[in-house]
Structure formats: C-alpha cells, structure tokens
Design a protein around this ligand. Structure first.
Ligand code: NI
Ligand code: MN
Length: 229
C-alpha cells in the first residue's frame, strides 16, 4: 500500500494511506502559504495535535462537509463536537490510541500550550503517532520543545517524522537536531516555519545540518509538495 504525504504548509499534512485520506492540523484559511482549499480538500480522518487556531484551522468546516472523523485530545475533540457541530470524534489523551481502518493512531506528550480559538481550555498539547497496518510508522510532533522522552518515541521505529523548526513558538533548528537524535527517524520533514515572520527559518541550513549531523534523510517540501513513504 502506498503512503503519500503532502505538506499543506505550516503543520498541515495530507496523508493518503491506500484509499484512506487523513489530514493533520489543516490550517488553510488565513495561512499565507496554503495552496489547498478548505472547500474542496478531501478527508476521512482529521488528526489534531492541539487547540491553537493554526492547528485546528479549518477542521470544523472540513469535518462537517466531508463527515470525517476527528481524532484529538478530550478537550479539543469534545469542543468540536459540543460547539462546532462536528459529529464523529475520538477523544483521546496522551499515551492512548485508537484502532482505525489504516492502523493505530496514538497521542504522545508535547511541551507547549493549548487553548481553543474561542479561548476555551484546550487540554494538553500532543504529538501524533500513526502506526500503519503495513508497518510504516509516522510521528508528527505537533508544536513542542524538544524533550528527553522523545527517546521512547524513538523505540517505535519511526520511518518518517514531521518536526517543527521555526523557533519562537516551538523548538528551532538546534532543538530539531536533538529531537532527531532521540526519535531516530529514517526521514524527517520540517514544519511550522516561514508561515509568519517570527518563525522565518533557513531550511537549506537545516537540511545541511541534518545531513551532516544525523543519520536521518531531510525531506524539504514546498507547500503542496509530496513525499512517498
Ligand atoms: Ni501551538
Ligand atoms: Mn502552532
């Protein structure tokens, strides 16, 4: 089964696993780098790392139009259901997971904050593990600082990691290199950079350092660009 990963810019991804269409953190409206439209993008599942507006993004509209099932923490998924009219949700918490038709989705810890767009409490921020039935494992770190417990995630045989590199709101380049050392992914896609001025980053320098200082393969995508796993 082919796994196609498309970067929507910022922390947003479309992950196609066979016939199953997943979105992660689909922030399109108000995102100056977005190339996809929230009116046409397809989704069977939407996975959310935390409650901030640049991650929840267009989830309410996309979920209601497509009927997609949202997987997020208890507060974020519960808020989408109670206040946004999203019908199908899984309300996880860190360390917990759910079996879905393409594999296992589990929330990890992340060190960040998490309030919802209307100011409601958004629970704990998360990273997302996708352990596919085929045996390919993906780790989307969400917004986070680097943390030592990433070594536990590194024991899950990660084929692809998506890591923030923008600094200011999350770890920057130095932190991401440390995270790669802990997570040991075969390939790594940088995210959460260049969307706004405070997170401008030299991604060429990042890729050179990943090549020189780690065993991972850096995969730099343009918004709308894809990587086959
Ligand atoms: Ni955030
Ligand atoms: Mn963010």
């Amino acid at each position: 089964m082919t796994i196609q990963v498309t970067w929507l810019s910022h922390s947003g991804f479309q992950v196609q696993i066979g016939d199953h269409k997943l979105l992660i953190d689909p922030f399109l409206t108000g995102n100056p780098l977005a190339t996809a439209s929230p009116d046409t993008i397809e989704a069977d599942f939407i996975l959310l790392s935390h409650g901030h507006g640049d991650h929840v993004g267009d989830t309410p509209a996309i979920a209601k139009r497509t009927g997609a099932t949202v997987v997020a923490n208890n507060e974020v998924a519960g808020w989408l259901q109670a206040t946004q009219g999203v019908e199908n949700v899984h309300t996880l918490n860190p360390g917990g997971g759910v079996a879905l038709p393409f594999g296992w989705v589990e929330l990890t810890i992340a060190h960040h904050s998490s309030s919802l767009p209307d100011g409601s409490y958004g629970g704990q921020p998360n990273g997302i593990l996708i352990l596919t039935t085929e045996g390919k494992n993906i780790y989307h770190a969400g917004d986070t600082a680097v943390f030592l417990d990433m070594q536990l995630i590194g024991e899950r045989n990660i084929d692809l990691a998506m890591l923030p590199i923008g600094d200011y709101f999350t770890m920057g380049i130095d932190g991401s290199l440390k995270a790669i050392e802990f997570v040991k992914p075969k390939a790594v896609i940088p995210m959460h950079y260049n969307t706004f001025d405070p997170i401008a980053q030299d991604v060429v320098e990042w890729a050179q350092r990943v090549n020189n200082e780690t065993a991972a393969k850096p995969v730099v995508l343009d918004p709308g660009g894809s990587f086959q796993l």
